[in-house]
Design a protein around this ligand. Structure first.
Ligand code: HEM
Length: 447
């Protein structure tokens, strides 16, 4: 590299890894404040990581020069859970799978999922009792898992949902740990976390293979949901269908990518509403005017602008995908620097979304900031909760619709309050940004 990138000094072997792991979000923000647009870290003896905070450079990595990169280490490690599906595959294979799955996410297609989303929210609330304290994060994980299963795979898995949810959780924790560690203990070593991980994978495989088998054996030949599309797909060259393992990887990917991110977003929304009663009051007013107590539909969403502003602002402050990382595969120059194969470039939504140069009072929750032309005034990659370029989130419209329908359905009936008033809920940046230690809230029925 011609010019040297500056960064905080680290320890002899682990470099900056321990400081990063202790508090990743604050560590990154401090580094940007001190070193500017590009900061260098060393994670372990050999891994060089560069944090980019210039939106034009982020665009080069995600869009214009994207063929110089592959997914970062975290997602490479995630293959242990999701296999080689659309989220983790590269090149031709990724393009083929993306083309194949795209129709399940078209606007008209996802509009038909709206009813399921609302019904699942209503069913969740049937379990709720006024005055009780519940872990709302847990509830949001269950409702989003139920929604993704019913819409994508045509099956309700209510009975096994807790087991599946737990297995995914174990898998993601394992991945998060492994991704930020430089000591690689092979899976064959029976440590406690390895054993738990192998067990959780077996649970998931069993569930998914039985979903696949049931559909293959069923007579209905249904092709209008994602599972049907995957099973009906034929390769353009050799006419072969996907193997059960390939279908398993895609199903697993959608399970993982398609529920926890939205669940986290919902948790953060309820946390922010509980701590900002004036925003909540405006939301209630909008819901009363437009819906007058009835359940929302997809057609109502354009008439609920404030509901949508709350979602945009929540995704700014607590972006469920808090960083996108890429590994250099071919030498590439971005800005003044030339990066080498093996280098990691880190682009953190959490960091970008809280930069003062784009957002006034960046740590404050102000949904109204998105009402005007903010998104036209700031560079595209100063706000990118769903990523960008050819690997932009395939489920972005699905997620936005789901969040709006869940919020409009739940907020009409309940006001959620922190179980311990004044409690500060910390974000925990694992694979996704979730509320640390869950989100215990008291349910207040709205009359
Ligand atoms: C608020 C909720 C969500 C957020 C914040 C989010 C965020 C993201 C981001 C940032 C990426 C790009 C990752 C990268 O470039 O490395 C991504 C990819 C992806 N997301 Fe989402 N997502 C959300 C919901 C969903 C849902 C509901 C689904 C499925 C129904 C989904 C499926 C996917 C898939 C399959 C990919 C990989 C796309 C590819 O590589 O071609 N996501 N998501």
């Amino acid at each position: 590299m011609g010019v040297t990138v500056q960064g905080p000094r680290g320890l002899p072997i682990s470099g900056n890894l321990l400081a990063f792991r202790k508090d990743p979000l604050q560590f990154l923000r401090n580094a940007v404040a001190e070193y500017g647009d590009v900061v260098h870290f060393r994670f372990g003896p050999k891994r060089h990581v560069y944090l980019l905070t210039n939106p034009d450079q982020i665009k080069e990595v995600l869009v214009t020069k994207q063929d110089h990169f592959k997914k970062g280490k975290g997602l490479q490690v995630a293959r242990a859970v999701v296999g080689d599906g659309i989220l983790t595959s590269e090149g031709q294979k990724h393009m083929r799978q993306r083309r194949l799955m795209q129709p399940a996410f078209h606007r008209e297609r996802i509009a038909s999922y709206g009813q399921v989303m609302v019904r699942q929210a209503v069913e969740l609330m049937e379990e709720w009792k006024a005055g009780e304290v519940r872990d709302i994060h847990d509830d949001m994980m269950r409702v989003t898992l139920a929604i993704i299963t019913e819409t994508m795979f045509g099956k309700s898995i209510k009975e096994g949902a807790d087991k599946i949810g737990h297995a995914i959780d174990v898998g993601l924790k394992y991945v998060a740990n492994k991704a930020s560690s430089f000591i690689d203990i092979p899976l064959s070593v029976p440590t406690k976390s390895n054993r738990q991980f192998v067990e959780s994978n077996e649970t998931l495989d069993k569930t998914i293979f039985s979903l696949i088998e049931e559909r293959r054996n069923s007579q209905d030949g249904r092709q209008d949901d994602l599972l049907g599309m995957l099973l009906a797909a034929r390769d353009e060259d050799d006419g072969q269908g996907m193997t059960d393992e390939q279908v398993r990887d895609e199903v697993m990917t959608i399970f993982v990518a398609g529920h926890e991110t939205t669940a986290n977003t919902m948790s953060w929304i309820f946390y922010l509403l509980a701590t900002h009663p004036q925003v909540e009051a405006k939301l209630h007013e909008e819901l009363a005017t437009v819906l007058a107590g009835r359940l929302p539909t997809v057609e109502d969403l354009p008439k609920l602008p404030y509901t949508n502003l709350i979602i945009s602002e929540t995704l700014r402050l607590y972006p469920a995908a808090w960083t996108i990382n890429r590994e250099v595969v071919k030498e590439v120059t971005i800005g003044e620097y030339t990066y080498q194969p093996g280098d990691t470039l880190m682009m953190s939504q959490f960091v970008m979304h809280r930069l003062e140069r784009y957002y006034e009072q960046p740590d404050e929750f102000v949904p109204e900031r998105f009402a005007g032309d903010l998104l036209k005034r700031i560079p595209t990659y100063a706000y990118f909760p769903f990523g960008g370029g050819p690997r932009i989130c395939i489920g972005n419209n699905f997620a936005l619709m789901e969040a709006a329908l869940l919020l409009a359905t739940i907020a009409q009936r309940y006001r959620l309050r922190l179980a311990q008033p004044g409690q500060v809920v910390e974000p925990e940046p694992l694979v996704t940004l979730r509320p640390k230690n869950g989100l215990p809230m008291r349910l207040e029925k709205r009359e």
